[in-house]
Design a protein around this ligand. Structure first.
Ligand SMILES: Nc1ncnc2c1ncn2[C@@H]1O[C@H](COP(=O)(O)OP(=O)(O)OP(=O)(O)O)[C@@H](O)[C@H]1O
Ligand SMILES: [Mg+2]
Length: 284
């Protein structure tokens, strides 16, 4: 593990492998998830239809991906799995280690990085992460000095050192770039080292080196995590072949339906080799 992280100093900074007695990776499974919404004109629309899948469990790397074209339901499924209330009627069951969970339980356990994260424009990167650390890391187990160290490590892991003192910014005040905002949102969730982490398009808007580094970091979290291996579920658009190869399993969605759930290597033939099945959309 450290040999792997050692190749990338900014990743080695994050204390992922501090586990004294690693716990098994949590297993998240979803069974016949259906989500219906009522549109503004009163007509019903089915966003997800009988979608099943499983992420985590004892074996593998722990990095799972949802893929599919724009509008296929990736964000909707992540919203449902994370326990965020989607404006609609959701049926089916979502289980953690085989036990049916409620939305409230999932909201309290899961880390979730949204596709479009809302960040406070007037805070600096350092202030935002320290604020998050104060809220998310219990004072019973972490001292203020520990929290500052975690924030410093996260800033290094997310390669945000150069902008640590910069204001995040918003539509009125120019601040971080799109990629820096993305890395900040991911870093804020990583601070709490959640055992189950969902990320909606964590690599969108990043250059290929940053995207690869983020996926390596998530894969490391999936292998060892802070207190045992975590289960990491991401939605991805057009991953490079290198990123694709780090995935353990892929759930392909199309029009709200699961069209394939298999190991990444078995999904590879579905990618656009010689122009076939373009919608999967890997970049080679
Ligand atoms: N509340 C809603 N009412 C009506 N339609 C909705 C609602 N929420 C989502 N949709 C529709 O559901 C479909 C799936 O949306 P979703 O955001 O999950 O897609 P996605 O796969 O994440 O797409 P992208 O890759 O562009 O982010 C889209 O066609 C979207 O317009
Ligand atoms: Mg989306």
């Amino acid at each position: 593990m450290m040999a792997l992280l050692g190749e990338q100093p900014h990743l080695a900074a994050l204390p992922l492998a501090a586990a004294a007695s690693p716990r098994p990776r949590p297993k998240l499974s979803w069974h016949f998830v259906r989500c219906d919404v009522r549109q503004w004109d009163g007509r019903a629309k089915t966003l997800l239809l009988d979608v099943c899948g499983v992420a985590g469990g004892a074996s593998g790397t722990g990095l799972f991906a949802l893929m599919g074209p724009s509008g296929s339901g990736k964000s909707t499924l992540l919203d449902v799995l994370s326990g965020r209330s989607v404006r609609g009627h959701v049926t089916g069951s979502i289980r953690l280690d085989g036990v049916v969970t409620t939305e409230a339980t999932r909201r309290s356990i899961f880390g979730y990085v949204l596709q479009e994260e809302v960040l406070p424009g007037t805070q600096t990167v350092w202030e935002y992460l320290l604020f998050h650390a104060s809220l998310r890391l219990p004072s019973s187990t972490t001292t203020p000095a520990n929290r500052v160290r975690r924030v410093r490590d996260t800033v290094a892991a997310m390669r945000l050192q150069r902008v640590a003192a910069s204001v995040i910014g918003d539509v009125f005040v120019r601040g971080l770039s799109g990629g820096e905002r993305r890395r900040l949102a991911i870093g804020a969730e990583l601070l709490a080292a959640p055992r189950l982490l969902l990320l909606d398009e964590p690599t969108t808007g990043l250059d290929s080196a940053s995207a690869g580094a983020i996926v390596d970091l998530l894969a490391a979290l999936g292998r060892e995590g802070g207190v045992g291996p975590s289960t990491v579920l991401v939605s991805l658009h057009q991953p490079s072949l290198r990123i694709f190869r780090t995935l353990e399993r892929v759930l392909l969605l199309c029009d709200g339906r699961a069209v394939r759930f298999s190991s990444a290597s078995l999904s590879l033939p579905l990618c656009p080799v010689r122009g076939k099945t373009r919608w999967v959309g890997c970049r080679f």
